[in-house]
Design a protein around this ligand. Structure first.
Ligand code: KIV
Length: 285
């Protein structure tokens, strides 16, 4: 496989819409730093989400609530630098385009009012160079979404399990299993589309309900724990690479066991240092 600099197409919100129209599935993963963003971008991901799950997997908090706007901007700007330097990896069986970077508006940065929501969004866009923001919620945040859109910033919605509301839910269990919550979710999804969201994330809801939403909307619906009948899938990169061992929801597929690989590598390094095997003659000046 050879690596060379080459012209590449940017994934835009319009490209994602076309993908839905053509029935082409959208791939999305989280990334929070330069090196990982560079890797996933070069591997051909369509959308990089700078998720507030950084609060869990990067900072070790139990919930997504503590992460601040400044910290999200730090993660987002690192990610954007990673994709700006992207090379095209040729000889792969599919075209490689530059990923769209979407950033979560963190808890407390948009719930107050639409003016606050717009101010937080403008900081993210100006200071990180990202392409869009994501917000959790339905009817209650429509005014803020509209205001952000009038400033020209694309918004991705997020319904179902919305981790910023964990203390309201009291559990990370599957959402909208009862009719009333399912109907509200369908209603909210229509409102989000009507307000102008370019895409919608559905987290941890029954597969049948997710299909109903995806079939009803013209914008792409990207699922996490929402089954196969949506327009794309998203996972947290630490989970799918097997860096975390504790988090094992049914919807997660592990594509690697980096926990074992990293543990073994570190153990070898420690042993080599202790035994004076490292550094050897060739590894010094
Ligand atoms: O913060 C995040 O990683 C997310 C995904 C789980 C969709 O919102």
């Amino acid at each position: 496989m050879s690596i060379q600099k080459k012209e590449f197409k940017k994934i835009t919100t319009l490209v994602l819409l076309e993908m839905k129209q053509k029935g082409e599935k959208i791939s999305m993963l989280t990334a929070y730093d330069y090196s990982m963003a560079k890797l996933v971008d070069q591997a051909g991901i369509d959308v990089i989400l700078v998720g507030d799950s950084a609060s869990n997997v990067m900072a070790g908090h139990e919930t997504t609530l503590p992460i601040t706007l400044d910290q999200m901007i730090y993660h987002a700007s690192s990610v954007v630098r990673g994709i700006d330097r992207a090379l095209v990896v040729v000889d792969l069986p599919f075209g490689i385009d530059r990923a769209l970077v979407v950033v979560d508006l963190p808890f407390g940065s948009y719930q107050g009012n639409s003016k606050e929501a717009l101010a937080s969004t403008i900081r993210i866009m100006k200071e990180s160079g990202a392409h869009a923001v994501k917000m959790e919620g339905g009817e209650e945040i429509i005014e803020s979404i509209k205001r952000i859109l009038t400033a020209g910033v694309p918004v991705m919605g997020h319904l179902g399990l919305t981790p910023q509301s964990i203390y309201k839910f009291g559990t990370y269990a599957v959402r909208a299993t009862e009719d009333e919550e399912a109907e509200k979710l369908i209603h909210d999804s229509k409102l989000l589309e009507g307000a102008g969201c370019f895409a919608l994330v559905l987290e941890k809801i029954p597969s049948k309900l997710a299909k109903r939403v995806a079939d009803n909307l013209t914008i792409p619906v990207i699922g996490i724990g929402a089954g196969p009948n949506v327009d794309g899938q998203v996972l947290v990169i630490h989970d799918m690479l097997g860096i975390n061992t504790e988090f094992k929801p049914r919807f997660l597929r592990k594509y690697a066991d980096l926990h074992s690989i990293i543990t073994t590598a570190v153990q070898h390094y420690v042993a080599d240092v202790k035994s004076r095997d490292f550094p050897n003659e060739k590894e010094q000046y």
